[in-house]
Design a protein around this ligand. Structure first.
Ligand SMILES: Nc1nc2c(ncn2[C@@H]2O[C@H](COP(=O)(O)OP(=O)(O)O)[C@@H](O)[C@H]2O)c(=O)[nH]1
Ligand SMILES: [Mg+2]
Length: 326
């Protein structure tokens, strides 16, 4: 194994220069579990922080097969052709269990991955969703410091991963497909509440009629939800990733949202809130990790557990006692 140097400067300079090898090396630091690497990563992040934030962050979710990767390929190529620099990231907590990431299969993004203006990174592996999301968030900041002005984050529509991606993007897009029966099947209502936009994908060929019907149903459903802000009412769009420019309308909606949120000052407010929430998530994660690793606590657990089981100690007193060792 090669040593990774502990001086943050070469990493910082490499990122700012947009040097892909150094960007990749920095991501390796971020993903490493070694204490020395993490320490260097923290210094690098601190130094690049003033250069981050200048991008539009778009999160894309939806059940497997809905067409997220194809959508990102289509939109990414459209934007990269226009001169945008596009970074594609993923949050997939299942990736290391199933052995393959949602973006591991790069053949799905053949054109985009070959584009000079694009950078594609599969989901980092991690013990917890919080860990995976935190790493993705830092990788996003690295990409911004390197000059990428559009960040596309793909996540699977299962578990809690949507919530963590919604918490790191400016626009959270839920992709759906027109289906037989209950259109809301397989999608949790909570996800619609997180959505800044819904797009019914595969609006092409024989699907078109079903798409229009689903659109009507979804619009009715969305009217039952109270919008979070008077600035924006979550629209239901349609798109096709099979035709060139088939995702353009969705992007125009993202830009419209961006302009309105900037004008109302909600853009920065949202980002500030997200940063604070992220801090607290990391505090919680850190506390849990410290608790689990604490030797005194680990020694005390068997005895205290027994006392609780035998009703010689209340659960509350036991918890208090264990926490007091921190
Ligand atoms: N007809 C049609 N098929 C699509 C469209 N987008 C994706 N697909 C197909 O749907 C399948 C799943 O797409 P994929 O992007 O891998 O979905 P993901 O699991 O959500 O990332 C693939 O076979 C795609 O070719 C579309 O706009 N129209
Ligand atoms: Mg995919």
């Amino acid at each position: 194994m090669r040593m990774i140097e502990t001086d943050p400067e070469p990493f910082v300079r490499g990122i700012i220069d947009g040097n892909r090898r150094m960007i990749a090396k920095t991501i390796t630091l971020i993903e490493s579990n070694l204490r020395a690497h993490q320490q260097t990563a923290i210094s690098v992040m601190e130094k690049i922080l003033p250069r981050t934030g200048n991008s539009i962050r778009l999160g894309v979710t939806g059940v497997p097969g809905v067409g997220k990767s194809t959508f990102i390929e289509n939109l990414g190529v459209y934007l990269a052709d226009k001169g945008h620099r596009v970074a594609v990231l993923a949050v997939d907590p299942s990736s290391q269990r199933s052995g393959g990431s949602i973006l591991g299969d790069k053949t799905r993004m053949e054109k985009l991955s070959a584009h000079a203006n694009a950078f594609i990174r599969p989901s980092p592996a991690g013990e917890t969703l919080g860990g995976v999301a935190a790493k993705t968030r830092e990788i996003m900041l690295i990409c911004e410091a390197a000059g990428f002005d559009v960040i596309l984050v793909e996540t699977v529509g299962v578990g809690q991963s949507e919530t963590s991606v919604a918490a790191m993007v400016d626009f959270f897009l839920v992709l759906m497909i027109a289906g037989a029966g209950d259109e809301l099947q397989g999608i949790k209502k909570g996800v619609l509440e997180l959505a800044d936009g819904i797009a019914i994908n595969k609006a092409d060929g024989e699907n078109l009629k079903a798409v229009e019907k689903t659109k009507g149903g979804l619009e009715a459903a969305m009217h039952l939800l109270r919008p979070e802000t008077p600035t924006w009412f979550t629209p239901v769009l349609t798109c096709s990733s099979l035709v060139e420019g088939g995702t353009k309308k969705v992007w125009e909606t993202v830009l419209d949202h961006h302009q309105k949120f900037k004008a109302s000052k909600e853009f920065l407010q949202r980002r500030k809130k997200q940063s604070l929430n992220w801090m607290w998530t990391l505090v919680e994660e850190g506390l849990k990790q410290r608790f689990k690793r604490n030797e005194k606590i680990n020694q005390a657990i068997p005895l205290i557990s027994r006392q609780v089981e035998d009703e010689r100690m209340t659960p509350a007193a036991a918890a208090e006692k264990l926490l007091s060792y921190l």
